[in-house]
Design a protein around this ligand. Structure first.
Ligand SMILES: *Cc1c(COP(=O)(O)O)cnc(C)c1O
Length: 376
């Protein structure tokens, strides 16, 4: 059975987790600090705060951006549901905008159409690792005095205009879930260049506590902490961070390997007129967190049939990116939402297996099987 995805973890990660456990310091401590410094350096941001996952990263980003009750935040519906949930957590309203059918990223014209007096922020998703046009949305944000927050859950290791995702704007949120390119089991980051955001996010992720456990532990003076505001427990543990430090060292290599596989898929499928393949325009560099193919009219097999036939032949696939507005949790409030491009992209796209290391035999088997099923 060829899975859709597999984390790239070795004895090296296991050894570091083992070592950390034996130090006796297992929750947020020195390994988290080290991981944060290395992640900030890697993406080229001034600061990185490690948190428990990308959903909590997005929640904290909403808070520090000042998004609150009744505010509108424009985001894609074609995304993982956590994108919109994070907006709900601060009692704000997700307003779904259309996507570009080729890149699956937000359509700037539709975003601009959906800006109202209540709009507070744009939540920009880099879909399955393909960077969105950050400059275009930064311009919009500036023009209408909005905050720009990036949901870069899938985009660790991707770049836009020669700089790593995480360096461009004031609030960028990452995921370290096993379905992403590098993992700590669960985990996430907020990166920022603003010191005020950095300080407040750090405070909020540890119960609003003025000094963290480590500072208190290492001090030779008695310290009494204060809880400055109502915070959360969104900490990453040192066990996870030690895994992440090793994963981060491998990130560029992993991305490179993923891109080679994506290129093989592209080369094999490009002659089929009824397929739309991922497009990486100049200035955009994807980590290929997923490889998505869109089946145009004229494809002799339906997406769902194709998924079943692939599974019968030992290959796991996934449907295209979901649409949030059609999920039960959002259906009622989105009764009047019309997003034909997003729905079409979601319903007619298929994700193919892509992981590291993936053997040439397995890559060839996926290519041969897929080609056979869509051409007969
Ligand atoms: C995976 C994902 C999330 C959620 O990340 P977690 O770390 O699982 O909380 C949010 N947004 C997008 C676009 C994602 O793909």
């Amino acid at each position: 059975m060829i899975p859709i995805s597999k984390p790239f973890l070795t004895k090296e990660e296991a050894q570091l987790a083992y070592d950390t456990i034996l130090t006796g310091w297992i929750t947020q401590g020195p390994r988290v600090t080290e991981f944060e410094e290395k992640f900030a350096t890697y993406v080229g941001a001034k600061y990185a705060v490690a948190v428990s996952n990308c959903t909590t990263a997005l929640h904290l980003a909403m808070i520090v951006a000042g998004v609150g009750s009744g505010d509108e935040v424009i985001c894609p519906s074609l995304s993982y549901i956590a994108t919109a949930n994070a907006i709900k957590y601060v009692n704000a309203i997700p307003v779904f905008a259309e996507i570009d059918p080729v890149t699956y990223n937000l359509d700037a014209l539709d975003v601009e159409r959906k800006i109202t007096k209540k709009t507070k922020a744009i939540l920009l998703v880099h879909q399955i690792g393909m960077p969105a046009d950050i400059d275009r949305f930064a311009e919009l944000a500036k023009k209408y005095d909005l905050k720009l927050i990036e949901d870069a859950a899938c985009a660790a290791g991707s770049s836009y205009k020669g700089k790593k995702i995480g360096s461009h704007s004031d609030l960028v949120c990452f995921s370290l879930h096993p379905r992403k390119v590098i993992t700590t089991g669960d985990g996430g980051f907020v990166t920022t260049n603003r010191e005020d955001y950095y300080k407040r996010i750090k405070l909020l992720r540890q119960h609003g506590m003025s000094v963290n456990d480590r500072v208190r532990h290492e001090s030779n003076k008695v310290i009494f902490e204060d809880h400055i505001e109502v915070g959360y427990n969104y900490r990453l543990t040192d066990i996870q961070a030690s895994v992440g430090i090793k994963q981060l060292e491998k990130l560029d290599w992993i991305v490179n390997e993923r891109r080679k596989i994506a290129e093989k898929y592209n080369d094999s499928f490009k002659s089929i007129p009824y397929l739309r393949l991922p497009l990486e325009e100049k200035g955009y560099f994807s980590n290929y967190q997923s490889y998505s193919v869109y089946l145009k009219d004229g494809c002799p097999v339906s997406r769902n049939e194709l998924m079943q036939q692939m599974l019968d032949l030992g290959i796991a696939t996934r449907r295209g990116i979901m649409t949030i507005h059609r999920e039960s949790a959002y259906k009622n409030e989105c009764e009047n939402t019309s997003l034909p491009v997003s729905e079409d992209a979601s319903d007619n796209s298929i994700l193919l297996p892509l992981y590291v290391p993936m053997s040439d035999t397995d890559i060839d088997y996926v290519i041969r099987t897929f080609m056979k099923l869509i051409t007969t």
